[in-house]
Design a protein around this ligand. Structure first.
Ligand code: ADP
Length: 490
């Protein structure tokens, strides 16, 4: 293949990999395939070698025993002769019944063949095979070979006379039947290996296709969401880990979608809130600048209005900064705070507002209501809740602030007899910039951020907040903050 051919081949592979969203060298599928192939190759090699080796060993062992027995028979007969010669050996062998071996070779102590039943006789020659040499040194020797479907074995034993080696007996055996059986076994094992290989490959193909299709669905979903499509959800059937992963991913995307929507709404609400005072400032400054005949009194009035709009901007930015501080979730300072003391401080602070609004502000404080919080956040929570209870009240109305112990918690309730909150708005009043009565909130200097700050601050300190309509009139806010215990101070 020329360079051009190779380049085209690589290009096609790359395109295929891209179409399947696969990184050929690192994909999970590839690794699985390689791992499985290796495992199966090892298993097949074991399956094709171990049983054969074991059968061969068994065969050799049985031949060794048979030959050893026959060798003992012959050597026992020969030990009676003082010296081994062709005659003495033949005499001794003739006394034996027919021997059941392929060939018998008997040598004297120098390795000269005295007796040989082989087809090509080596009588009168010196034969020093490894086995005969071993036997002449006084040892029993055996060797076996399996080749072309035939088992060939050789066993040699020394012939002893008065503790002297006087010769050696070497027996040869060949077995074609057992060899044929082993060859049959070998063929069967190969056939089984091929079938197993094909079955495993087919199964792996089906499984890996199914698996990679699901992984591709997951990857596709992740990429779509990454591109900003937060409404996208992955649909995956089944009940395995990948389905669970898809479900987790969908939940995560759901949360991302909510956060993204909240962020957009927040930016739009915040811009809207800032736009109103900025537009008034612009309008008032234009009026002053463009009207050359404007008198001093009107100018003062307009500048006062500009100041009010600026105050409002400062108020909104302060509250936004406060929310940002709580959002950041930095490690907070927690200490023992006397909640009653904070209630009394806020009561003194808001007394003029309550008086102007003709609202009666009362407190019922429990014994030693110490909370694990910090003084600024406790005061912030109280100020927002009590100020709202006054702002959204009616002339002659009541505000009741109560503190008491409730197990591990300190409960703070702020109840009023004001205009109340419609059922459908109750769940939304803690949202940023949410107002039930927009006009009243604005005229009272509200930003729609107060209750969000309260909720975030309460949660920040591990507490809970809830709101309920009161049967008679108005609403009741309940805040639970963790009670301070002796061991918290250590
Ligand atoms: P605001 O700065 O407008 O007071 P908040 O976040 O404190 O903003 O409150 C959100 C909205 O919830 C208010 O605009 C008001 O409509 C409603 N609200 C809060 N507290 C009360 C209350 N005690 N009684 C009636 N309505 C209330």
């Amino acid at each position: 293949m020329g360079t051009e051919g190779k380049r085209k081949g690589r290009e096609t592979l790359r395109q295929l990999a891209e179409r399947w969203n696969l990184n050929v060298t690192h994909s999970l599928q590839m690794r699985l395939a390689l791992g499985y192939s290796l495992l199966i190759a090892v298993l097949l090699v074991l399956m094709n070698t171990y049983p054969l080796i074991m059968s061969q060993n068994l065969m050799f062992r049985s031949q060794q025993t048979a030959l050893a027995n026959q060798a003992v028979l012959i050597t026992n007969t020969l030990t009676t002769a003082d010296e081994l010669t062709t005659e003495t050996v033949e005499q001794a062998i003739n006394q034996l019944e027919e021997l059941d071996v392929a060939r018998v070779v008997i040598t004297d102590q120098a390795g000269l063949v005295l007796y040989d039943t082989g087809k090509v006789s080596s009588m009168g020659k010196y034969v020093l095979t490894r086995e005969i040499a071993d036997a002449l040194r006084g040892n029993n020797a055996f060797s076996g070979r399996y080749q072309d479907g035939m088992f060939s074995s050789r066993a040699a034993s020394p012939v002893m006379n008065r503790n002297q080696v006087v010769g050696a007996v070497c027996l040869y055996e060949q077995d074609r039947d057992q060899g044929a059986l082993l060859q049959e076994l070998q063929r069967n094992l190969r056939l089984i290996s091929v079938v197993v290989c094909l079955a495993v490959l087919a199964l792996f193909g089906i499984f890996s296709n199914f698996f990679s299709r699901r992984v591709r669905t997951l990857l596709g979903g992740i990429r779509t969401v990454r591109a900003g499509e937060y409404t996208h959800r992955i649909s995956m059937r089944g009940n395995d880990e990948l389905t669970q992963l898809a479900e987790e991913f969908n939940q995560l995307t759901g949360r991302l979608q909510t956060t993204e929507e909240e962020r957009r709404r927040f930016v739009s609400d915040a811009s809207h809130e800032l736009k109103t005072p900025l537009a008034s400032i612009r309008l008032l400054t234009d009026s002053i600048l463009q009207d050359e005949t404007i008198d001093r009194e009107t100018t003062r009035e307009f500048v006062g209005d500009i100041g009010e709009a600026a105050d409002r901007l400062i108020h909104i930015s302060q509250e936004l900064l406060e929310l940002n501080r709580l959002d950041e979730g930095r490690a907070i300072r927690r200490e023992a705070v006397d909640l009653n003391e904070q209630v009394e401080k806020v009561q003194r602070l808001l007394a003029p507002l309550a008086e102007t609004a003709c609202v009666n502000l009362q407190t019922h404080l429990g014994d030693k209501c110490m909370v694990l919080c910090n003084a600024e956040d406790a005061s912030q929570i109280l100020r927002n809740l009590i100020e709202n209870a006054i702002k959204y009240n009616l002339p002659g109305g009541e505000v009741e602030v109560t503190t008491c112990h409730q197990g591990d918690w300190i409960s703070l309730t702020v109840a009023d007899t004001g205009m109340g909150i419609p059922e459908e708005d109750l769940s939304r009043i803690f949202e940023r910039f949410y107002r039930v009565d927009k006009a009243r909130s604005r005229s009272a200097g509200g930003t729609g951020l107060g209750l969000s700050i309260v909720r975030d601050a309460v949660r920040h300190h591990g507490g809970q907040i809830s709101v309920q309509p009161r049967q008679e009139a108005g609403v009741i806010f309940e805040v639970l903050l963790p009670a301070w215990r002796e061991e918290d101070g250590r």
